[in-house]
Design a protein around this ligand. Structure first.
Ligand code: KG4
Ligand code: ZN
Length: 346
């Protein structure tokens, strides 16, 4: 089954052709980073307009790269939740139009589940059950997955997402947008203990990153947050390294706790922050020590892409979970289990 996947939930317009869930024939991504950089974050209205302009060329590129015509596509998969509603609508409308014009099936795909599936794209032999850590600009969540399409939420951030914290701290440090890669680069080779930040680790499997973001703000701009950013290049690098180390420690701690509590022996990480070099290094080392196998996809599958949507769409269709032309864009979807949150710090 050849599936054309479409992704437009945030600031990447993407389309991909994937055969039988694993064989990635094309993976076209048009990033809007340059458009949003000047504003220091994604501007929803601009994102929607840019998706409208690029969706057709990107779909055409995915078909061309795969050397496929629409007649060879068996079904359409599209991110329908969660994300910016106007942005999602562009992809959903395109997929519905294609399904209507060709008479082929359509399936709506959850973006977060897509990020989990990106690990499977890179490691087709990944077996279940496994714990998934999804760390992106909009989400930070843990799941116990029993198959490609069966995910039980274990915990999630109660405030900022990890990627959002990276982006906001980068803004405080005048490092530009997106902040994750900039902090990762700047922190490389620094001693993270020179500027240490408190780690907040809830007793359950949730996360919280707003405290550390505020600590960085006060550290850099003073207690009233009004002082201009006057840190030297060296000082900025030390703050970046200390911040990154704390975020990585919180992610590693909760992810390994999720494995211990569920008895899972596999830990798969997806989403843009899964590109982070220190997270890869520390999580892999800690998992190995605890006898847990860890899986990180290559960067092109970590950040937003449509191959993960097409691949997961294949499994949903095989499970009889096709949508129809009433498919709608759902901007928010709670992935948090209902638990009481008690924080501890270390
Ligand atoms: O998954 P993604 O492309 O989009 C969302 O679904 O949000 O993730 C984007 C996020 C941004 O916040 C970006 O700063 C972060 O991933 N990111 C990183 C790195 N590369 C991207 N964060 C930390 N270290 C990186 N190397
Ligand atoms: Zn994403």
């Amino acid at each position: 089954m050849i599936v054309l996947g479409i992704e437009s939930s945030c600031d990447e317009t993407a389309a991909a052709v994937v055969a039988d869930g694993f064989d990635v024939r094309s993976n076209a991504v048009q990033s809007q980073i340059d458009l949003h950089r000047v504003y220091g974050g994604v501007v929803p209205e601009l994102a929607c307009r840019a998706h409208i302009e690029t969706i057709t060329p990107v779909v055409r590129k995915a078909l061309d790269d795969a050397k496929a015509g629409l007649e060879e596509i068996d079904a359409f998969a599209v991110t329908s939740a969660p994300g910016l509603v106007g942005a999602l609508l562009v992809g959903v409308s395109m997929a519905k139009s294609l399904a209507l014009a060709t008479g082929k099936p359509i399936v709506g795909v959850d973006h977060i589940h897509g990020h989990m599936y990106s690990v499977k794209l890179a490691f087709p032999d990944l077996a279940y059950p496994c714990v998934h850590l999804v760390v992106s600009g909009g989400h930070t969540s843990l799941y116990l997955s029993r198959s490609e399409i069966d995910h039980e939420p274990l915990g999630a951030t109660t405030d900022d997402a990890a990627g959002e914290a990276f982006d906001k701290v980068a803004k405080i440090l005048d490092l530009g947008f997106p902040g994750g890669p900039a902090i990762d680069r700047l922190a490389r080779g620094r001693d993270p203990a020179r500027v240490a930040f408190k780690r907040t680790v809830p007793e359950d499997l949730d996360f919280s990153f707003s405290g550390i973001k505020t600590s960085v703000l006060y550290r850099v701009r003073g207690q009233d947050a009004k002082r201009p950013m006057t840190l030297s290049e060296d000082e900025r690098a030390d703050v970046a390294a200390g911040f990154q180390e704390a975020v990585v420690d919180m992610l590693v701690e909760q992810a390994l706790k999720a494995c211990a509590r569920t008895g899972a022996r596999r830990l798969a990480v997806g989403g843009g922050v899964a590109c982070n070099s220190r997270l890869r290094e520390k999580l892999e080392a800690r998992a190995r020590r605890e006898g847990i196998e860890s899986f990180f996809p290559p960067p092109c599958f970590c950040t937003d892409n449509a191959a993960m949507i097409a691949g997961l769409g294949y499994h949903l269709l095989r499970a009889g979970r096709a949508s129809d032309l009433t498919l709608d864009a759902i901007p928010t979807k709670s992935h948090r289990p209902r638990t009481v949150n008690r924080n501890t710090t270390f």
